[in-house]
Design a protein around this ligand. Structure first.
Ligand SMILES: Nc1ncnc2c1ncn2[C@@H]1O[C@H](COP(=O)(O)OP(=O)(O)OP(=O)(O)O)[C@@H](O)[C@H]1O
Length: 603
């Protein structure tokens, strides 16, 4: 309950006003009989060394019940019994009125006469006096209500400010003249401006060149529009603006700023981690695949660029995803782009994004490119060998400077991304042929990873087949237990030019058509039989053996230039001769390219 002591100053002023108006001593006591304020004469008055102002509790309690008590014989009155001053009270009269608020008595106004003149003033026109005192009591009640209202407002303000400061978005409010009236901590942090400098500035100084005020006055609202605050380091936000109405007239607006990096982080955290993106999901028991997995896992922790090479369908993207998940960027997004699947004209804007009006058909408000979308995460550039030369120059700049400008834009956007590129072509050969920039190749090839074709790790065929059988059993709601030995034999002797992707498709096909509990050879795709046990000449066999030796040496020493030099030395051939054999290998042992020329765009 509200205490009169909370408005001590107003109570003291009321006491002074009543005392001056009537010319008697006045005191105001709360419902606990505690004296809150009184006139000087009342405090000083004593009889036999006893102060008279100390309220006699039963008297106060009686007023609380009766609301008004007029005591004409103090010291001998009904409620004086037991008072310290009983029989010796120096007062000549006393009038007490209750202060009532919401049907509750919250205190008492006591008016005391100490001589005959004051007695006359008090009792002479008692009805008029009581009316006046009632008014004064009501004034106190209004004061209490005002104080309650102000306290309530302060509480609400405090609540609003705490709420505004605890949300992740920046909030700025401005009045109908565009003057900023409030900015929460996030807004100040985002814009890197002190609160004191922000308050009182014009909104057009913050959102430059948009005339926000005119926009709002025209009855518009803005929702999640991209805006880059210019500056030495551009601040990239989504902004929303909504008008505040006061009885149909616009009295100001609220501007919300969301840091685009935060939004991306949240989106990436919700969508970035995709199933099968870990090293555990890379199936294989062969020494070759185990080695590559170990090497890739080790390299995942570094932030250097990676170039993954291997035939189509060997699992380059699966590896890229696993590296991303195992890296410090695992919670960020994995954004992929297939450089061969997107028409050259569009590839640049897909990668770099564009500003509004950059070209005919450019989306209103512009669009971020894959580089920006990968912020905080990994950008996977698949089929990098197909990137046009002019974009290779641009890519090299991004890799060196870690920043870009959107197509048609002038603002520099800083990037924090890791690049993993992949190719099924011999990039070094492309470099020699002048089709791929040497400097870009070196930039990308900081960590080279080679994924061996499936035919070189036949050991993995059975384990992968069983893995895909489980997967497609679930997907196609089938209950096939396994493969008949004959079926596994066919699969084991096939050369899998399309690698793991082809094997996966073959198992999916077999699961679809198999009606028994085990997959029979007859349920496998026909082409597996056409190619199994192909007739190989002695020359083929010698070449196959040679390539196996070269690959083993390169896996040992690395596929880079120095690795190739060491491998050539170990094998006792010249470096150009090793390159020649590799080129032959490119033609002969990357046969998946005929099957998998269809390029798969990223979603
Ligand atoms: N070791 C593996 N374990 C499980 N699944 C694999 C493995 N390797 C590849 N896959 C599966 O094979 C398919 C092809 O893999 P992926 O797309 O990664 O190959 P790629 O080398 O990137 O192909 P491309 O060069 O055509 O882009 C995918 O469905 C992938 O999940």
């Amino acid at each position: 309950m509200f205490k009169l002591g909370n408005i001590q100053d107003s109570v003291q002023q009321t006491v002074a006003a009543i005392a001056a108006a009537i010319g008697v001593e006045v005191a105001i006591i709360d419902s606990d009989s505690k004296l809150i304020a009184s006139s000087r004469g009342y405090i000083d008055a004593k009889v036999n060394n006893l102060e008279i102002y100390k309220p006699h509790k039963p008297f106060i309690e009686a007023v609380m019940k009766e609301k008004v008590i007029v005591c004409k014989s103090p010291g001998h009155f009904l409620y004086c019994k037991g008072c310290r001053l009983e029989g010796q009270c120096p007062e000549t009269a006393e009038v007490l009125c209750a202060i009532e608020m919401d049907e509750k008595i919250i205190g008492v106004i006591s008016m005391v006469a100490l001589d005959e003149e004051q007695r006359y003033r008090l009792l002479g026109k008692i009805d008029t006096l009581l009316e006046f005192i009632h008014e004064m009591a009501q004034m106190l009640v209004s004061k209490i209500r005002e104080k309650e209202f102000i306290d309530g407002m302060k509480q609400v303000n405090g609540l609003i400010e705490t709420t505004l400061d605890s949300i992740n978005d920046g909030i700025i409010t401005f009045d109908d003249k565009g003057i900023i009236t409030h900015a929460n901590g996030v807004a100040c942090r985002l814009l890197k401006i002190d609160n004191a400098r922000l308050i009182g500035s014009h909104i057009d100084e913050i959102i430059v060149g948009k005339s926000i005020l005119a926009f709002i006055r025209a009855g518009n609202t803005l929702l999640n529009q991209e805006y880059i605050f210019p500056g030495t380091v551009a601040i990239h936000c989504l902004i929303s603006i909504k008008a505040i109405y006061n009885e149909q007239a616009i009295s100001g607006a609220v501007l919300t700023l969301s840091d685009i990096h935060n939004i991306r982080t949240v989106v990436n955290e919700m969508t970035g981690m995709q199933g099968n993106a870990t090293f555990e999901a890379i199936i294989g028991e062969s020494e070759l695949i185990i080695d590559v997995k170990q090497q890739a896992l080790k390299m995942a922790q570094s932030d250097s660029n990676i170039l993954i090479q291997g035939e189509s369908g060997t699992g380059k993207e699966v590896f890229a995803r696993a590296i991303h998940s195992a890296s410090g960027r695992g919670k960020g997004s994995f954004v992929g782009i297939n450089c061969a699947a997107i028409p050259e004209m569009l590839l640049e804007s897909e990668l770099y994004g564009y500003e509004q009006g950059a070209f005919t058909g450019a989306r209103k408000g512009g669009k971020p490119g894959k580089f920006e979308l990968a912020e905080g995460g990994t950008l996977f550039l698949d089929e990098i060998g197909d990137m046009p030369l002019h974009l290779q120059v641009k890519l090299l700049r991004v890799l060196q400077e870690r920043c870009l400008e959107r197509v048609g834009g002038t603002t520099t956007i800083h990037l924090n991304i890791r690049i993993i590129a992949a190719t099924n072509q011999d990039l070094e050969a492309k470099v020699r042929a002048g089709e791929f920039r040497r400097d870009l190749f070196y930039r990308l090839n900081v960590i080279p990873i080679f994924i061996p074709p499936l035919r070189e790790r036949k050991q993995d065929v059975t384990v992968l087949s069983k893995y895909f059988l489980l997967h497609y059993n679930q997907k196609l709601k089938k209950d096939i237990i396994g493969f008949l030995p004959g079926a596994l034999e066919v699969m084991g002797s096939y050369s899998w030019p399309g690698n793991v992707r082809e094997l996966e498709n073959a198992v999916e096909y077999a699961v679809n058509i198999e009606t028994d509990r085990y997959i029979k050879p007859a349920s496998l795709p026909k082409r597996l039989f056409q190619q199994s046990n192909p007739k190989r000449t002695l020359r083929d066999k010698v070449r196959q053996f040679e390539l196996g030796q070269i690959r083993e040496a390169l896996n040992n020493y690395g596929w880079g230039i120095s690795g190739k030099t060491k491998a050539a030395l170990e094998l006792g051939i010249s470096v150009p001769s090793l390159y020649r054999k590799l080129m032959a290998m490119d033609k002969g042992s990357f046969p998946g390219s005929e099957i998998d020329k269809r390029v798969r765009p990223y979603k």
